[in-house]
Structure formats: C-alpha cells, structure tokens
Write a protein that binds this ligand. Structure first.
Ligand code: NAP
Length: 435
C-alpha cells in the first residue's frame, strides 16, 4: 500500500459531505500545516462523493475527483484511506466500507449504526488485511473516549462504563427541568433549533445511545459488539412532574447508557435514570455528552465534551486520520477481533437497584394500602412515599421510591399495581443509579 512508504502525503477519499464530511474537509484545510508537522506528512483529499454535486457546501472541491457513487469511490486507485461519513447500518455506507477493505484501504468512519450491527465482522476483515478502522467519531463525538479506553486505560480491567451518549436527549431533559415544559413542546423547539432530527425517534427512543453503548462495551470489556443484547428505553415517558419529584428527592434525570460486568454476565442498558444531584454526571447539561469509566488501577475517569456537531466530530475523524498517517495501529476494539471473548449478556430482570415509581391513583381510602401490599408481596421495600395535596374521589399523583430490589420483583409488583381499578394510568418507573 502506498501509505506504507510514509513519506508522501496520506491520500484520502471522503464519502459523504454533510455536517461531518464538510467539517472534516474544513479542518484538514485550516490545520494543514499543523497536521503536517504532527505527522511528518500531509493529509490530502483526493476524491469525494455525495448525492448532490451542485450543493454549496462552503468548501472548495475544484481540485478533487467527484464520484456520484460512494462505492466506486472506495475503489479509487490513489486512496490510502476511505472516510465513510454517509451513515446507516446497511446500503451504501456498508458497501463502501466493505469494498474499501477489500481493496486494501484503511477506513475511518463516524457511523455508530454500522459498527453496532457489523463492527466485529468489519474488524476481523480489516485486521486480516492489516488495515485499520478508525471510529473515534462514532461514540460521543469530539470526546476521545475510544482512544481513552483502548489506549489510555489499556493497563486496566474495566468493570463499568456509563454515560450520557445522546446530546439531543440530554438537551431535551435539561430544558424540561429548567423550564418546566412538557416533552413534546421541548422536542418541537429542539427540532426548530436543529438539535433534533425531523424524525427524532433514533435519538429519543434511545437507539442512537444504544449503538454507541454497544461499541463502548466491546472496547471496555474485549467482547464482540452485541447490540441486540442492549436493553433500550427512551425518554418519551418522562413527564414534567417527574423533574419536580426528582428535585425534591435529591436527583436529576438523565438518559444513560450503562455497561457493567456483573455476576450474571455483562449488563448493557439504555434508559432514563435518576442520579444523585452530587454525582458528576448530574451536572452535565444541554447538548454535552459524558462518559465515566471505572478501571481497577486508575479508579474513576470522567470524560466530558461535545458529542456532536461539525467541529467536534471532525476533530475525532481527523485524529483517526493522523494515527494512520503516523503509522500507529491498534486492534480495532482493543484486542484482535479473533480474540474478542464472547460474554454472557445479563438479562434486565437481573438488575439490582432502587426505583422511583409515579402512579395516578383515585384518592380514596385503601388505595395506598393496596399499592403497599403489591410491593410487600414481592419483597420490595419502600423507602419514601410522596403524595402532594388531596382531591377525594379524583386522580392524584403518588410517588414512591424503593430500597434495592431485583428488577424482576419490581416488574411483578408494577404489573399487579397497574391492574388495579383505582390506578388510572400505567405506572411510570425510573431506575435510580447511585453512582
Ligand atoms: N452530525 C453529527 O454531529 C454526527 C456526530 C457523530 C457521528 N455522526 C455520524 O456521521 C455520519 C454522517 O452524519 P452527518 O450528520 O454528516 O450526515 P448528513 O449531514 O446527513 O450527511 C450525509 C452525507 O452523505 C451523503 N449521502 C447520503 N446518501 C448517499 C448516497 N447514497 N451516496 C452518496 N452520498 C450519500 C449526503 O449527500 P448530500 O449532501 O448530497 O445529500 C451527505 O453529504 C453518520 O453516520 C452519523 O451518525 C454524525
């Protein structure tokens, strides 16, 4: 391969010139001298591909070859690296990456969906051919968490990684808390401001965070990427009143991705959590992301920064390109793909911890006793109980928290409570994490 000479420029072909692709070209142009000094060679864009050739992207494309088809670009004879910035787990993004590897090109991508679904197979293919796949930008945007785990913490056994992995959700939850507005209202505003997509479901239903968590889990624990084992819940059911109760109970509400080694296997879950106000992650607001890793020698490490956007994501993509230009290589997920060790996924029912539950119940004698009995029958011990105001004969909110209990017992208690005629809405439950 031409880049093995490491004298001439590293030649790259870029598929996708949207937010990230255009950002990468701008960064490479603006920092060309700095990058040249840091790598001892320049990084040169030789070819690009996007859907619409005529679109003004604020970048000069006059000196690069244009491809309508990104898969054809992957076979560009002069490229050392193909940078895939199209997106999607299947279709042109996957075909582009596969062909690039077949043709002996290194790959850099920001595509978490692709890696969550096909990461292990692609890593095996790359490593068999002596090629790199860089994906720093795929998890938490500008935060160097992949390098942080794979390189900075390489001497540790990691027992847990958790974090705020979706800036759209964190923005919505922060706005709901600080303004008291409802989910739908804040989401509509986030869409107007460009913080949420026209179809926001990937973000707000937790799928995007789950893609990133599956990748983090693999890097943290040396296991194959196992997206299908991630338990995923989004933020649609978090209500404005939950923020008031959380505040009164000493918590903040965050959508977290949590990967943990337990006696039952590896837990991977994405769902809204209540975290103590004093926990460092509770203070990470707005569009910011954060990841906390727990290593046996280093103890806790916290990474915070911007998880998306043109500049931060381009910063991560270019860091991967610089590694390749310098000739640095690391197994894709920290250990060679052939040695990733299968691990038992821990079922959600095995989660142990405390819970916040909000009920709408008819305010009449005996209802609370029924709720308490359903909890007692499953050995769930209640810690706090809040009922604000009275409205005899009408529906009122009642909130309770529990001591540590098993998820399976909690779910059985909630099913019994939901079936009661005096409980007028499905119970809402938020797991409490005492970090
Ligand atoms: N945006 C972020 O902040 C961010 C952060 C982290 C990771 N990522 C990831 O980075 C990737 C790109 O995201 P983005 O936000 O830059 O997306 P985007 O703005 O929608 O850009 C996608 C680009 O791909 C091109 N494209 C789409 N389908 C194509 C096809 N069939 N053939 C050729 N080109 C095609 C589009 O062409 P046209 O421009 O002509 O339409 C566009 O240039 C995704 O995997 C995303 O998950 C994004």
């Amino acid at each position: 391969m031409s880049d093995s000479h490491k004298t001439g420029p590293l030649k790259i072909a870029v598929a996708g010139l949207g937010t990230v692709g255009a950002g990468v070209l701008k960064l490479l142009e603006r920092q060309a001298d700095l990058i040249g000094q840091r790598c001892g060679r320049r990084i040169e864009v030789v070819a690009v591909s996007a859907r619409s050739r005529g679109k003004d992207r604020g970048i000069d494309l006059s000196a690069v070859e244009w491809y309508d088809d990104p898969v054809a670009l992957a076979a560009h004879p002069g490229a050392d690296v193909v940078v895939e910035l199209i997106g999607g787990s299947e279709g042109p993004a996957k075909e582009t990456v596969e062909l690039a590897l077949e043709r002996g090109r290194h790959v850099v991508t920001a595509n978490k969906a692709l890696l969550a679904h096909h990461g292990t197979a692609l890593a095996a293919k790359a490593e068999a051919a002596g090629l790199a796949i860089g994906f720093e930008a795929a998890v938490a945007g500008g935060i160097p968490i992949i390098k942080g785990l794979r390189e900075g913490l390489a001497g540790n056994r990691v027992s847990e990684v958790h974090g705020i992995l979706n800036g759209t959700c964190n923005y919505i939850l922060t706005e709901m808390r600080t303004t008291g507005r409802d989910f739908a209202d804040v989401l509509a505003d986030a869409q107007k401001l460009g913080y949420a997509e026209a179809d926001p479901s990937f973000d707000i239903d937790g799928v995007d965070a789950a893609h990133k968590l599956a990748i983090l889990t693999s890097v943290a624990f040396g296991t194959p990427v196992d997206f299908k084992s991630v338990h995923v819940e989004g933020i649609r059911h978090v209500s404005a009143v939950d923020f008031d109760y959380a505040d009164a109970l000493g918590y903040r509400i965050k959508l977290l991705g949590i990967a943990r080694r337990t006696d039952h296997g590896i837990e991977q879950r994405v769902h809204p959590c209540m975290v103590p106000k004093a926990a460092p992650i509770a203070a990470v607001d707005g569009v910011f992301n954060a990841v906390i890793a727990q290593g046996d020698f280093v103890d806790r490490v916290l990474f915070v920064g911007r998880g998306a956007g043109e500049g931060p994501t381009a910063s991560a993509v270019v860091a991967d390109l610089i590694d390749i230009a310098r000739g640095r290589s690391t197994p894709t997920f920290g250990v060679p793909a052939a040695q990733l060790s299968e691990a038992q996924p821990s079922p959600m029912e095995a989660r142990r911890g405390s819970y916040y539950v909000r009920l709408m119940v008819v305010d009449r004698p005996g209802v609370i006793a029924d709720v308490a009995a359903a909890m007692r029958d499953q050995n769930v011990s209640m810690e706090q109980f809040l009922q604000r105001g009275r409205a005899p004969g009408e529906a009122v909110p009642v909130v309770l928290t529990t001591h540590d209990t098993d998820e399976a017992a909690m779910q059985r208690a909630l099913a019994t409570i939901a079936a009661k005629e005096s409980v007028v809405e499905p119970p809402r439950m938020i797991r409490i994490e005492q970090f």
